[in-house]
Design a protein around this ligand. Structure first.
Ligand code: HEM
Length: 80
């Protein structure tokens, strides 16, 4: 997923998987301390993402965004 259009087209699916915490995957129990590589979204990150979907997936300032890394397009295609 490399563009605002990609993200917008998948917004409802993104909201679902982050809301039910399927994504990002993190299988360690939170009952046993804090892990440095915990990939979970913070409450604030989760709220920001869900608010973006609920308010219509506005693009923001696309020109101010970071360029897509050179090999990202090729790497994002699943090869069979
Ligand atoms: C319906 C949409 C999505 C599907 C079907 C999906 C599917 C998957 C699958 C099958 C994996 C591998 C799981 C594993 O290794 O146990 C994965 C990994 C991952 N996903 Fe998703 N995902 C979705 C959306 C998202 C979203 C919205 C995020 C971010 C908020 C996300 C972040 C990640 C991350 C960080 C990983 C781990 C990558 C790694 O450590 O190599 N995914 N996803």
């Amino acid at each position: 997923m490399l563009s605002v259009d990609d993200a917008t087209a998948n917004a409802q699916m993104i909201a679902e998987v982050v809301r039910d915490q399927t994504m990002p995957p993190w299988y360690a129990s939170k009952n046993h301390g804090v892990f440095q590589n915990d990939a979970s979204l913070t409450r604030k990150e989760l709220q920001t993402l869900l608010r973006w979907v609920e308010t219509g997936c506005l693009a923001g300032d696309v020109a101010a965004g970071k360029p897509i890394p050179g090999n990202a397009v090729a790497d994002s295609e699943i090869q069979f």
